[in-house]
Ligand binder design. Structure first.
Ligand code: HAM
Length: 441
C-alpha cells in the first residue's frame, strides 16, 4: 500500500470542498478590496530564496538539480517570486499594485498539528506605495477575511509590531548595525526558547551586554498600549519621534477601518523572514493555542535586492490553510457541504437513451444531474437516487415518454408533479429560486 509522503495531504471530495470554501472566501473578499489575482511557477531557481528569505526557510527547502543541471526549489513562499515578477514589468504596471494569490507551497518542516510539508497560502501584497495607508489596507483585508469566515475578533488577534521601532530601540541601546540581525533573530526566537537561551544568544550577538539587553528587551516586549509605546519611542531622538507619529497614524487608519478590536500591539513579533523592514504582524488565536494563522509586513528593499535596479516599496501577508482550518473547525465554523446532485434521472425499461438526453439538457441548464450507471428496475434506481442525496428525481416511464412528459418527484416530501418535458428547465429554475435545490459548491 502506498501512502502520501509525510506532511502531504490527500483531498477527497469533502476535504476538497472544505478547502474550496476557504479559497472562495479569500477570493471574494480580496476582490471586494480590489486586489487582482495572479500566479507564479511552483518551481523556481534555488538562488531566489537563498539569502532573500532568511536562514530558517532556506533550511526547509525542497530542492534538487534538474536534468539541465539547474539548482531548483519548490516555492516555500510566494514573496520572492512576486518581487521578481513585478520588477520585470514594473514600468508597465499601474501603481499601486494590489495583487493576490491562492496557491500551494512546500517546506520541509517537521509535520505536526497546523504544519505540513505542503500547504496552501492566500497571499495579498500591495506594491508601489510606501505610506501607512497601504499597511492599514492590508491589515483590514486580513481581518475582513477572518471575519467573513465567521471568526469574531474575540477569537483571534493581529499582533502588530514594527522592525523600524526595534531598530530605534536597539540604536538607543548601543547595538550596532552589524550586531542588529543577531539581536533581532534572538528576539524572534525568544518566544520559543528559555530566557537563559535568549540571553546567551544576545551575549553572542553583543559580547558583554547579553544580560543588560535582555532586561531592556523584556521591558519593550511587555509594551501593550500605543501611549506607552509612543512615549518610549519619543525618547529615541528625532527618528523615534517620527516613527511614533507613524504609529499613531496607522492606529487611526485601523480605527477607521473598524478593525482595532482585533489588533494587539505586541513587539515580541519580529518575523523570521529576513526581508521585512517596517510594520510586521502575525495572527494568533486568542486562546494562545496553535501556530500562527497568518503573518506579514512591509518589505521595502526586496524588489531592489532581486532586480538590482527597480526600487519599489512593498507590503503584504499570507494566511495558511492548515492552522486556519483547525481554528475554524474547533469553533464549529467549517460548514459541511452538500455534495449531492440537484436531480437524479430514473428511466423505465428501454428508455435509457431518453433519460440520457434529458440528463444532457438539465446539465446544460446548469443542474448537477446523475442517474444509475447500471440498467435496473425502478426500485433499485429509487434506492440509488436516495443514496445520491438528490432532492428531486426526474422520472421518465413509458407513459411520460409517450406523452412528451416527465414526472418531478420531491424525494423529501414524496410529492410529485407531471410536466411537459419542454417546460422542465423553467420548472427546475422555479424550484431553484424557491431554494428547493441545494446547489453543490
Ligand atoms: P510566513 O509567516 O512564513 O510568511 O507564512 C505565512 C503563514 O503560512 C503562516 O502564518 C502559516 O499559517 C502558514 N505556514 C507557513 N509554513 C507552514 C507549514 N509548514 N505548514 C502549514 N502552514 C504553514 C510568509 O510566507 C510570507 N511570504 C508572507 C508575506 C507575503 N509577507 C509579505 N507578503
Amino acid at each position: 500500500m502506498f501512502e502520501t509522503l509525510p506532511g502531504f495531504r490527500d483531498f477527497p471530495p469533502e476535504a476538497c470542498s472544505r478547502r474550496n470554501h476557504l479559497f472562495r472566501v479569500f477570493r471574494t473578499v480580496a476582490r471586494a478590496f480590489d486586489f487582482k489575482e495572479y500566479d507564479a511557477p511552483v518551481l523556481e531557481p534555488l538562488e531566489l530564496y537563498v539569502e532573500k528569505s532568511g536562514e530558517e526557510i532556506v533550511g526547509q527547502l525542497f530542492h534538487f538539480e534538474d536534468k539541465g543541471e539547474r539548482k531548483v526549489a519548490l516555492r516555500p513562499e510566494l514573496t520572492p517570486s512576486l518581487a521578481r515578477m513585478v520588477a520585470s514589468c514594473a514600468n508597465s504596471l499601474a501603481k499601486p499594485i494590489k495583487w493576490f494569490n491562492v496557491g500551494e507551497h512546500f517546506r520541509y518542516e517537521r509535520p505536526q498539528k497546523g504544519r505540513g510539508r505542503s500547504f496552501y497560502q492566500f497571499n495579498a501584497d500591495l506594491l508601489g506605495e510606501p505610506g501607512i495607508l497601504a499597511d492599514a489596507e492590508l491589515i483590514a483585508l486580513l481581518v475582513a477575511i477572518l471575519e467573513t469566515l465567521g471568526l469574531h475578533s474575540d477569537l483571534f488577534s493581529v499582533r502588530l509590531s514594527d522592525r523600524t521601532t526595534w531598530v530605534h530601540f536597539l540604536d538607543s541601546m548601543g547595538v550596532t548595525e552589524e550586531q542588529r540581525p543577531g539581536v533581532l533573530d534572538a528576539i524572534d526566537k525568544s518566544e520559543r526558547r528559555k530566557p537563559e537561551q535568549t540571553q546567551e544568544a544576545l551575549e553572542k550577538a553583543v559580547p558583554g551586554k547579553g544580560g543588560e539587553l535582555w532586561a531592556r528587551i523584556c521591558e519593550i516586549k511587555s509594551i501593550d498600549s500605543i501611549e506607552s509605546l509612543t512615549a518610549q519611542l519619543e525618547q529615541c531622538g528625532e527618528n523615534g519621534e517620527a516613527r511614533a507619529e507613524e504609529w499613531r497614524g496607522l492606529i487611526a487608519h485601523l480605527e477607521a477601518h473598524g478593525v482595532m478590536p482585533a489588533i494587539q500591539i505586541d513587539l515580541s513579533i519580529v518575523r523570521g523572514l529576513a526581508y521585512y523592514t517596517g510594520f510586521v504582524y502575525e495572527v494568533f488565536e486568542k486562546t494562545g493555542e496553535g501556530r500562527a494563522l497568518a503573518g506579514g509586513g512591509r518589505y521595502d528593499h526586496l524588489v531592489k535586492k532581486l532586480s538590482g535596479n527597480v526600487d519599489m516599496p512593498a507590503a503584504g501577508f499570507a494566511i495558511g490553510d492548515m492552522t486556519l482550518a483547525d481554528c475554524l473547525e474547533s469553533n464549529g465554523l467549517l460548514p459541511s457541504y452538500v455534495t449531492a446532485p440537484d436531480v437524479f434521472v430514473i428511466a423505465g425499461e428501454n428508455l435509457q437513451h431518453e433519460a440520457l438526453a434529458l440528463a444532457s439538457r438539465t446539465r446544460k441548464g446548469g443542474f448537477a444531474t446523475s442517474y444509475s450507471l447500471k440498467q435496473s428496475g425502478f426500485g433499485k434506481q429509487f434506492k440509488d437516487a436516495g443514496k445520491s442525496g438528490a432532492r428531486y428525481a426526474l422520472i421518465i416511464g413509458e407513459d411520460e415518454s409517450a406523452d412528451g412528459m416527465v414526472t418531478i418527484k420531491d424525494l423529501r416530501s414524496g410529492g410529485e408533479d407531471r410536466i411537459k418535458q419542454a417546460d422542465l428547465l423553467s420548472q427546475l429554475e422555479g424550484l431553484d429560486e424557491e431554494g428547493g435545490i441545494s446547489r453543490p459548491e
